[in-house]
Design a protein around this ligand. Structure first.
Ligand code: SAM
Length: 275
C-alpha cells in the first residue's frame, strides 16, 4: 500500500498481537522508515506480520538528538511511522519532541489509533469514565510519591496510574493512606495477555491481591473523591453579597447555604458580620 508522506503515530498491541489494526499493518508495511523504541522488540512484531520496513532506534535517551534527522527526512517527502514497545506512542512513551517539531514544520502528522493500557483498563474498571485524569507513573521515591498522592486526594475525576511490578504494593498502600482505605479502585494486570487479571474493590482490600500476584504490568484506576468540593470563602462571600442585596437576610442565608453546601450557622455569622 502506498503511504502518503508524513509522520504516522502508530499504536501497537499491549500484549495480544491480534490487536494490531489492519490499517496499522498497512502503514507499517508502507512507510519508508519505522522509528521504534526498541528495534529488537519491534522486530518480533514486524516479523510476525511479514513486514520488512527498515527500523531506526528512537527511545527516551536518543529522541532529542534523533528528531532533527527524522525531521529532515520528512521534509524531503518521506513517510515515517513511530512505534513504542507497546500501546500508543507518546503515552508514557517517547515521541513528543518529534511530533511537536513536525507540526511546527507543517508536516502532516497522522494518528493510527489502537491499544493503550490506560483506556483498556478504564473501560473494564466499572469506575466512572465520564471524566478522568491520567497520571502516568508515580515518582519512584516514596516521599515524592506520597506528596503527589496527597495533592490528588481531593481530585473529583477518576485517576489512572501506570505501575511496575516492583512498586504496585507500595503504591496501593500509599494510595490507601492518601485517599482513604475505602476509596473504590480497580487494578488491572497483564491486559489482553494470558494472565490478565482485573480486580475491583476498596483500595486497602486490593493490597493483598497485588501482594499475591505482583508480577506483570499494572494499571491502577481510582475513583475520584466522592465528597462535594468545599466552597471557597470567596465564592460564598460573593453569593451572599448578591443575595443580600435582593432578599431579606434570612432568605439570603438559607439560599446561600443550600447552593454552596456550607452550614447555615457559618453563613449566618458571615451575613451578620457584613450588615
Ligand atoms: N504507551 C503505552 C500505552 O499506550 O499504554 C504505555 C507505555 S508505559 C512505558 C508501560 C506501562 O503501561 C506499564 O508499566 C503498565 O503500567 C502499562 N501497561 C502496558 N501494557 C499493559 C498491559 N498489557 N496490562 C496492564 N498494564 C499495561
Amino acid at each position: 500500500m502506498r503511504v502518503e508522506p508524513g509522520l504516522y503515530i502508530v499504536a501497537t498491541p499491549i500484549g495480544n498481537l491480534g490487536d494490531l489494526s489492519p490499517r496499522a499493518r498497512d502503514v507499517l508495511a508502507g512507510v519508508n522508515l519505522i522509528a521504534a523504541e526498541d528495534t529488537r522488540h519491534s522486530g518480533k512484531l514486524l516479523a510476525h506480520f511479514g513486514i520488512a520496513t527498515p527500523q531506526i532506534s528512537f527511545h527516551e535517551h536518543n529522541e532529542r538528538e534523533r528528531s532533527p534527522e527524522l525531521l529532515a527526512r520528512l521534509e524531503r517527502g518521506e513517510s515515517i511511522a513511530v512505534i513504542s514497545d507497546a500501546g500508543t506512542p507518546l503515552i508514557s512513551d517517547p515521541g513528543l519532541p518529534l511530533v511537536r517539531d513536525a507540526r511546527a514544520a507543517g508536516i502532516p502528522v497522522h494518528a493510527v489509533p489502537g491499544p493503550s493500557a490506560v483506556v483498556a483498563a478504564l473501560s473494564v474498571s466499572g469506575i466512572p469514565t465520564d471524566r478522568f485524569a491520567f497520571e502516568g507513573f508515580l515518582p519512584q521515591r516514596q516521599a515524592a510519591r506520597r506528596k503527589r498522592l496527597d495533592e490528588l486526594a481531593c481530585e473529583p475525576r477518576t485517576l489512572i496510574f501506570y505501575e511496575s511490578p516492583h512498586r504496585i504494593v507500595a503504591a496501593l498502600q500509599d494510595m490507601a493512606a492518601a485517599f482513604g482505605a475505602e476509596r473504590q479502585a480497580c487494578i488491572a494486570r497483564e491486559l489482553t495477555k494470558l494472565y490478565e487479571t482485573v480486580r475491583t474493590g476498596a483500595l486497602a482490600a486490593l493490597v493483598p491481591a497485588a501482594e499475591a500476584e505482583a508480577r506483570g504490568e499494572w494499571v491502577v484506576v481510582v475513583a475520584g473523591d466522592p465528597t462535594p468540593p468545599v466552597p471557597q470563602a470567596a465564592d460564598l462571600d460573593r453569593m451572599l453579597t448578591v443575595l443580600m442585596a435582593e432578599l431579606p437576610l434570612k432568605q439570603a442565608v438559607s439560599l446561600t447555604a443550600k447552593l454552596t453546601g456550607a452550614s447555615r450557622n457559618e453563613v449566618y455569622a458571615l451575613a451578620l458580620a457584613r450588615k
